[in-house]
Design a protein around this ligand. Structure first.
Ligand code: HEC
Ligand code: HEC
Ligand code: HEC
Ligand code: HEC
Length: 186
């Protein structure tokens, strides 16, 4: 019987198999990087909101305290979002633009504004504001960036598990307690 493959075919087959192997690894690596990328996690990506509300104006220029609007941040798990009553305390008086009229109409129709979430942990992560803000005295900017300067809100920190561990939980004195899975996963 004649030879079907020349001896050199062995080399080609080996090189081919190896390249395929490396190609697959490369694709997997690329996917892993992409999955953790800022774009996918929407870090530094401004999120559009139903109303052009700005922190830069309200918290920055006007200097309204964060707690005035996120009133449960020191006493509960949630920071809390302001209801339209909070806005209308001022905007009953401060009027005169399209969006302020839009806000007033919403208020009169008792229709709350559906804000787009910016920072949102998956359900399997437990997070408590009060413990961090009141208990540890952390500034909002440690996790949310310089909100006072943001016209449109974005996620300024990655807030991944690695971020929480590397910036604090694994680098403080009671590592044992703070890195226990049950601290953040319940
Ligand atoms: C302490 C008073 C105060 C509170 C509370 C307040 N605002 Fe304002 N807001 C202002 C002032 C002052 C301006 C600037 C008005 C101007 O530039 O003429 C403003 C401007 C705005 C504008 C820009 C209007 C435009 O068309 O350019 C929007 C939108 C707005 N506020 C929404 C809100 C929302 C939503 C809330 C509640 C979450 C809120 N404000 C709470 C005082 C307040
Ligand atoms: C006048 C009311 C008001 C004040 C004062 C205010 N906020 Fe807000 N905040 C809002 C509103 C309304 C939204 C939702 C719209 C948006 O994201 O821009 C919001 C959204 C946020 C979010 C995103 C929530 C999410 O979906 O993850 C963060 C974080 C936040 N605020 C932090 C702060 C910090 C920090 C301060 C103080 C420096 C502050 N806010 C002051 C009204 C306010
Ligand atoms: C240690 C980090 C950290 C600090 C400090 C922090 N936050 Fe947050 N914040 C988060 C995380 C994480 C979420 C998302 C929580 C979730 O989805 O369960 C969040 C969510 C929010 C939200 C959305 C509503 C909610 O309660 O989920 C607002 C508003 C907010 N933070 C405001 C503030 C303000 C105002 C301060 C300062 C007084 C502050 N945060 C301090 C990490 C932090
Ligand atoms: C300091 C808080 C903290 C501790 C301690 C912690 N985790 Fe997490 N973990 C997180 C956060 C935050 C996320 C979600 C990150 C995100 O939004 O992608 C997460 C996500 C995860 C995920 C989903 C995959 C991923 O990487 O996003 C797994 C699996 C996980 N954690 C396992 C563990 C195990 C096992 C332990 C104990 C050895 C642990 N975690 C301890 C905060 C923590």
């Amino acid at each position: 019987m004649g030879q079907i493959f020349r001896p050199s075919a062995n080399v080609y087959a080996k090189v081919g198999a190896l390249s395929l192997f490396y190609l697959i690894i490369l694709v997997l690596l690329a996917l892993a990087v992409f999955d953790r990328s800022n774009l996918i996690r929407r870090i530094n990506v401004p999120r559009s909101q139903p109303v052009p509300f700005t922190h830069q104006m309200h918290a920055g220029v006007l200097g309204i305290d964060c707690i005035y609007c996120h009133s449960s941040v020191e006493k509960s798990k949630f920071a809390g979002m302001p209801s339209l009553d909070t806005c209308m305390a001022c905007h009953n008086e401060i009027q005169g633009t399209f969006w302020l009229q839009w806000l007033t109409d919403r208020f009169e129709q008792k229709e709350p504004v559906q804000w787009t979430r910016v920072t949102d942990f998956p359900d399997f992560v437990y997070f408590n504001h009060s413990i961090h803000v009141k208990g540890r005295g952390l500034d909002c900017s440690e996790c949310h960036g310089v909100v006072e300067e943001m016209t449109v809100m974005w996620k300024a920190k990655s807030l991944t598990m690695g971020y929480c561990l590397d910036t604090c939980h694994r680098t403080t004195w009671n590592i044992e307690q703070l890195t226990n899975c049950s601290v953040c996963h319940r």
